[in-house]
Design a protein around this ligand. Structure first.
Ligand code: ATP
Length: 251
């Protein structure tokens, strides 16, 4: 598998607090990488470094490098807006805008100056198909997104992310607020999406990581303890702390 994201000696400080320590990782293209670890170990912080969402936080300091397709995303030349278009994000709570389903999906493309109605229609349809939501909403496109169920709203957020045609999709516990059936739907969807996108997901649920991902990264106290093929990490972990965590002995 080709490497999409290369992280080298990454350090992140919130003021004096050293939240990510010497993180080195290689994230493969067209695969699902799951980030696991106990609460507070730095999973979300790390995820947010990949599209520079942490830039908004006061007192933050980042050292080391992150390359996406060989480009250093923290270099002064990097255009952060363009980066966020390439690296989409879906959050824990579905957060549709209180506007129509169509306008939610068209929001990103319009922001990027796509105005042509035919092009927008196409993007909306393709994104909703991509997010496995089209069949359920094709007759409701101009109804409010707030009328959808929680699982549908989360798939709408995925469609919204896909509409700007990203290369990478970051998912921060995107199923943790959903019922088991909606969760399964999103897990199946993510398996399909990896053919086109590189996916990095934070999950609290080890079973989900084992079911869905190709590569798993185990974080503890801001460090990567172990990273490797999911099957191997769960069947023959190398580090005793990984074994303790995946067998439920802490965290
Ligand atoms: N904006 C912030 N300012 C200061 N400290 C922060 C900030 N955000 C996170 N932290 C701290 O950094 C550490 C890592 O937090 P982070 O949210 O990345 O962990 P996590 O593994 O994603 O946890 P969880 O699974 O509970 O979401 C924690 O100690 C947290 O308190």
């Amino acid at each position: 598998m080709q490497t999409k994201i290369n992280v080298n000696n990454l350090q992140l400080y919130y003021g004096d607090f050293h939240a990510l320590k010497n993180v080195g990782l290689s994230i493969p293209e067209h695969a699902i990488t799951a980030l696991i670890g106990p609460s507070g170990c730095g999973k979300s912080t790390f995820l947010r470094t990949l599209n520079r969402m942490n830039d908004f936080i006061n007192g933050i300091r980042i050292e080391g490098s992150i390359e996406i397709s060989g480009e250093d995303i923290y270099s002064p030349q990097m255009e952060v807006e363009a980066l966020r278009k390439r690296v989409g994000m879906v959050f824990q709570q579905a957060n549709p805008f209180p506007i129509s389903i169509y306008d939610n999906v068209a929001y990103g493309p319009r922001l990027h100056k796509i105005k042509d109605k035919k092009k927008l229609d196409e993007l909306v349809e393709q994104s909703l198909i991509g997010a496995s939501l089209w069949d359920e909403v094709k007759d409701l496109l101009h109804k409010s997104a707030m009328g959808l169920s929680g699982g549908q709203q989360q798939r709408l957020c995925i469609a919204r992310a896909l509409a700007v045609q990203p290369e990478i999709l970051l998912m921060d516990e995107s199923t943790s607020a959903l019922d088991p059936i909606s969760t399964l739907k999103i897990e199946e969807l993510v398996q399909e999406l990896k053919n086109q996108y590189t996916i990095v997901m934070v999950t609290h649920n080890m079973h989900q990581a084992a079911r869905v991902s190709d590569q798993t990264v185990f974080f503890l106290n801001g460090e990567v303890v172990e990273a490797g093929a999911t099957e191997e990490l769960f069947s023959t972990p190398v580090d005793a702390r990984t074994e303790q965590y995946i067998t439920g002995r802490f965290g």
